[in-house]
Design a protein around this ligand. Sequence first.
Ligand code: FPP
Length: 250
Amino acid sequence: MNVIMGLKEQIDLLKLPEHIAIIMDGNGRWAKEKGKLRIFGHHNGVLSVRDVVEGATLLNLKYLTLYTFSSENWNRPKLEVMAIMELMVSTIHKEIKNFMEKNVRLMAIGDLNMLPEKAHRELNNAIEKTSGNTGLVLTLALSYSSRREIVSAAKSIAAKVQSGELAIEDIDEDTFENNLYTKGMPNPELLIRTSGEHRISNYLLWQIAYAELYFTSKLWPDFRKEDLYEAILDYQKRERRFGMTSEQVN
Ligand code: FPP
């Protein structure tokens, strides 16, 4: 039966994760394999982003969060950083129409003030234009560092304690969650990383506490919606126990 059913049709929509996070990795290696410059890989990575976003909307997925640029990525050669920023500006500009058609709401997390002014402006414009959309919430992690996010949450909480707005005894996990960039979003149940690397690279460290991890050797520019569906099917075969026994969960 499964042989003739498409991957998408095999997915149990009642057991769909609410939130999928992806570490898009391997653009540079993909380009190198083809004897091209790294930026060629990033350009092709955008095609994967478009296809995966479409795949997510076809499933009515609620949240998709993409690791687009880490705080550490600022240390790359200046030309590559500039090219990625340009690519981001042009992609976001072009995609707004598509987001509106597909009811996608764009959001961003990270130290956005670090972005070049033009990129920041284009991003804010798209965030505002799509803010009324009620379908997929597509979040770009940009200039993002999970440790920084956690430190920033700790600082906000400390400031509330200092001002008397919050008592130390009242600090709990919810307080912390409400001070992260991802406030109001469910935590990802599935984290996908491409390119064969088995690392988390400072991504959503708090939020993925119970996420299922899925690694594929595919390089990001080769990743398509069918690969997303395969990852979801793999996730659906797993038993999530949250520290309990198998008998308890079943
Ligand atoms: C990782 O591959 C990729 C990045 C750091 C950049 C990802 C950015 C894009 C796909 C452009 C997306 C734009 C929008 C608007 C979503 P790598 O360069 O680390 O590859 P490598 O590990 O092979 O060197």
